[in-house]
Unconditional design. Structure first.
Length: 199
């Protein structure tokens, strides 16, 4: 009798390119306005660069943004079978990374952990985002310390990365650890990150 191997757990990560130049231009202008009001910004996971304070969905550019991406958020949540539920963005913030600026390993869990998180790339010319395998077995299995596999797959990879392009929206569970490579470009890397939940 042939043995059966079941895949019992999984971590979804979604990437979609919105390709909406008008929306991106609107958000870049909004980011500049916010940065001019608070040039110091805040430090959370950012290694250099500037990060805005937490924003709420009330300014017109952010309202337009949520309307535009709502269907993508709903599609992502349906993977978990939260059917016919309404996505609610809890908090947003802008990141402006200059040359060599990066983001340290972190997740978005906290006192009030959201269901999911996401990042929208308004302007980018390099610097991958990495996600760590939430299963800690890579840290304990001797085999993974001795040698690399012949090819990488979801079962043997300790990390997964995405090389984002302008207009990419990446959606992921808020508890997954992730980090962002230093910006290799002379141009600013500008993103809009946010947390969201299901009402």
């Amino acid at each position: 009798m042939k043995a059966t191997t079941n895949i019992i757990f999984a971590t979804p990560i979604c990437k979609v390119n919105l390709n909406n130049k008008k929306l991106i231009k609107e958000l870049l202008g909004h980011c500049k306005k916010i940065q001019n009001k608070n040039k110091k910004g805040r430090i959370v996971s950012n290694l250099g660069g500037w990060q805005s304070d937490v924003l709420q969905v009330k300014d017109k550019p952010l309202v337009n943004f949520q309307r535009y991406i709502n269907n993508h958020l709903k599609d992502f949540s349906e993977v978990y079978e939260y059917f016919n539920e309404i996505p609610r963005i809890d908090a947003l913030w802008y990141n402006v990374n200059k040359t060599k600026d990066a983001n340290n390993t972190h997740n978005h869990a906290g006192i009030s952990t959201p269901d999911f998180s996401a990042v929208f790339y308004l302007k980018i010319d390099g610097g991958k985002i990495h996600f760590s395998n939430p299963d800690p077995y890579h840290n304990f299995m001797p085999t993974f310390k001795r040698k690399n596999p012949g090819s990488w797959n979801p079962f043997n990879s300790a990390e997964y990365y995405i090389d984002p392009k302008p207009g990419d929206l990446i959606i992921f569970p808020s508890t997954i650890m992730h980090w962002v490579e230093p910006n290799p470009s002379k141009d600013d890397r500008i993103t809009l990150a946010f947390n969201w939940s299901i009402e």
